[in-house]
Design a binder for this molecule. Structure first.
Ligand code: CTP
Ligand code: MG
Length: 381
């Protein structure tokens, strides 16, 4: 296969009965535009340029065409059917020579573009269907009429699935052609047709706007910040004299010389903590975590970061992003940069960029006596 051709079908032909907002759901206003336009912005941000097909209610095909041309500037719009399945089928008729088809609910208005790319990559790598899903966090009960509990379902085997769902185009088209029943997602039709489908990691932002509460949540997430603040933090640790494990950016670095400190000596984590506390004006690492406090002796960076995040959020702020630079000769950071960024971003619930540099042999970092880090944090409310 040469260049993989991708088509994305955005289904937007539902009526939105549960939302009951006076218009078909995809056309309901959301933060200055509509649910459909937000969904199209996500498609526009994909790494590759897919063929885009929007499936709209018959009476709104022209409106959808206007939105599609404004947001993406290419693609097609077709009228949907009475069920989601019929709407997907209408879109499938237009996929042309695509190798991979993604089917996406317009109602998942805030889905990150990266999730589309992840699904494309998974289908391209496996040659089979891939759908995003998240672990279920609530305990799930099976109940009978009237509410009596029949059993508790083992939640560890459950996944709450989302869209975009991606499949090899030919298989999906064949599965739709031979569909024998009405289903609520495409993966189920593929399973009926005997094709394997795997779940890849989903994204909380891919939640479906179904009720008024979901719409309010989406509005809240898109609300522009009315105030922002920044903070800076630095931290320095000397390499330990005795054998000690190295902890940096909340990761252990086997085979590297450790750093000395009351806690695990993680300068990346500590610099971020100071930057966050300074931005929110809620103290600094010394006053908040006192080195005499036995709770923090030997504690890892995640303990400090979680507490700093809690204090920032408790003061009414949310973390927008953090940028950190590590200064030192060792360890070689680049090979684990992505892992470190994912770890710290996950702990803070915000994007974190971590870069590393040396000092051309100058100063204590250049002589290899220790490691320093400088962090900047932006918070908003
Ligand atoms: N959808 C569609 N055609 C249909 C039904 C649904 O294209 N006949 C689309 C919706 O527009 C939505 C997605 O499928 O983007 C998921 O469906 P759902 O959340 O159920 O939306 P609605 O059917 O519009 O909402 P409701 O079930 O509350 O009426
Ligand atoms: Mg529906």
């Amino acid at each position: 296969m040469g260049v993989v051709k991708v088509a994305v079908i955005v289904v937007a032909a539902g009526s939105g009965t549960r939302l009951a907002a006076g218009a078909p759901k995809a056309f309901v206003p959301l933060a200055g535009s509509t649910i459909l336009e937000h969904a199209l912005h996500s498609v526009a941000g994909m790494r590759d340029e897919p063929h885009v097909i929007v499936v709209a209610p018959a009476e709104l095909v022209d409106d959808a065409r206007g939105m599609l041309s404004r947001v993406i500037g290419r693609g097609e719009v077709v009228a949907g059917g009475a069920t989601r399945q019929a709407s997907v089928a209408a879109g499938l008729a237009l996929v042309g020579d695509a190798d991979i088809v993604l089917v996406h609910d317009a109602a998942r208005a805030l889905t990150p573009s990266a999730l589309f790319d992840r699904v494309v990559d998974a289908v391209a790598a496996s040659g089979a269907g891939a759908i995003p899903g998240l672990p279920v966090s609530d305990t799930i009960k099976r109940t009978a009429d009237g509410g009596a509990i029949v059993e508790t379902v083992d939640r560890s085997e459950l996944s709450a699935v989302q869209t975009p769902q991606g499949f090899p185009a030919a298989e999906l088209i064949a599965a739709y052609a031979s569909a024998a029943r009405d289903v609520t997602d495409d993966a189920q039709l593929m399973a009926d047709a005997g094709h394997p489908v795997a779940v890849v990691e989903g994204d909380p932002l891919a939640f479906k706007v179904t009720t008024l509460w979901d719409l309010r949540r989406a509005e809240e997430l898109l609300r522009p910040a009315s105030a922002t603040r920044i903070g800076v933090g630095t931290d320095t640790h000397a390499f330990a004299q005795a054998d000690a494990p190295l902890w940096l950016a909340c990761l252990e670095w086997p085979g590297e010389r450790g750093l000395a400190g009351h806690s695990d000596g993680d300068p990346v984590a500590h610099a971020i903590v100071d930057a966050l506390l300074a931005a929110a004006g809620v103290g600094d690492i010394g006053t908040v975590f006192g080195t005499s406090d036995p709770r923090f002796a030997g504690a890892h960076g995640e303990v400090f970061l979680a507490e700093a995040r809690r204090l920032v959020e408790h003061a009414g702020w949310r973390i927008e992003n953090v940028s950190v630079q590590l200064i030192g000769n060792r360890p070689r950071f680049a090979p684990r940069k992505a892992e470190a960024e994912a770890r710290v971003s996950g702990l803070l619930g915000a994007p974190v960029a971590i870069t590393a540099t040396t000092t051309d042999g100058l100063g204590f970092t250049g002589r290899g006596e220790g490691v320093a880090a400088i962090a900047t944090a932006l918070i908003a409310r």
